[in-house]
Design a binder for this molecule. Structure first.
Ligand SMILES: Nc1nc2c(c(=O)[nH]1)N(C=O)[C@@H](CNc1ccc(C(=O)N[C@@H](CCC(=O)O)C(=O)O)cc1)CN2
Ligand SMILES: Nc1ncnc2c1ncn2[C@@H]1O[C@H](COP(=O)(O)OP(=O)(O)OP(=O)(O)O)[C@@H](O)[C@H]1O
Length: 187
């Protein structure tokens, strides 16, 4: 595949996988969510003193909110991703449950205050993933750019469902693999 074909292929896969994810019923999503949360709790251990880059879930992404409450109670510093400029790295703005929110790109809630921090742990939502831990997102390349700029790579945990599994996304030079992938079946 050349660059253009690959882009079209990824776009089509994204569409298929998002449709499959949106079609999950509430009960299945709840069950999957429980299995994912259990593993994340085990993998993360005590995160006191760490800075965790999370996300505000939308479009059927794993609901991280209950986990965030728990991490905050342990003494983690939490942050949410913000697209400050198109085609640039994300910024992570310090936030905790209950803090005021504004609206960012695609109307996704973002912290009201710009207090940019550098996460050492990233919880990364994904649409698809492959055997080598490469990730398919919404097509902005934001997480790739974000990870590329760090000299000390954060622990990047890709979070998705097995319905998003692909053999290979045909990784390009700009694609950066996750440290690990967590799905409802990975534990
Ligand atoms: N919950 C959550 N928040 C998140 C992310 C996420 O994946 N999940 N992001 C993770 O990155 C960022 C938002 N990601 C975005 C990615 C792409 C586009 C976008 O404009 N996409 C183009 C399609 C590009 C293409 O296919 O070539 C578009 O829809 O027109 C917007 C936001 C920040 N916040
Ligand atoms: N480090 C980078 N520098 C410049 N361009 C990049 C970089 N990383 C990715 N891109 C560009 O971003 C585009 C989208 O990348 P990709 O298809 O991997 O997005 P994605 O991982 O699905 O999106 P997202 O991370 O926003 O959810 C690519 O076509 C590529 O040109």
């Amino acid at each position: 595949m050349d660059g253009k074909e690959l882009q079209a292929w990824r776009k089509e896969k994204r569409r298929e996988l998002l449709a499959a994810r949106t079609a999950l019923d509430r009960e299945t999503r709840r069950r999957y969510g429980e299995a994912i949360e259990r593993q994340l709790v085990e993998i993360l251990g005590n995160v006191s003193g760490h800075t965790v880059g999370a996300y505000w879930p939308f479009r059927g992404e794993f609901n991280v909110h209950p986990l965030l409450e728990r991490l905050q109670a342990q003494g983690a510093q939490l942050a949410l991703p913000v697209v400050v400029e198109k085609a640039s790295p994300l910024e992570f703005w310090s936030w905790k449950p209950g803090d005021p929110l504004g609206r960012g790109i695609w109307d996704i809630p973002i912290p009201k205050e710009r207090d940019s921090v550098r996460p050492d742990i990233l919880l990364v939502p994904l649409v698809g993933y492959d055997n080598e831990g490469y990730r398919l997102g919404y097509g902005g390349g934001y997480y790739d750019r974000t990870l590329a700029q760090y000299t000390r790579k954060p622990l990047a945990i890709g979070i998705g469902y097995t319905l998003g599994h692909l053999e290979s996304i045909d990784p390009q030079d700009f694609d950066i693999p996750m440290s690990r992938i967590v799905t409802e079946a990975s534990g």
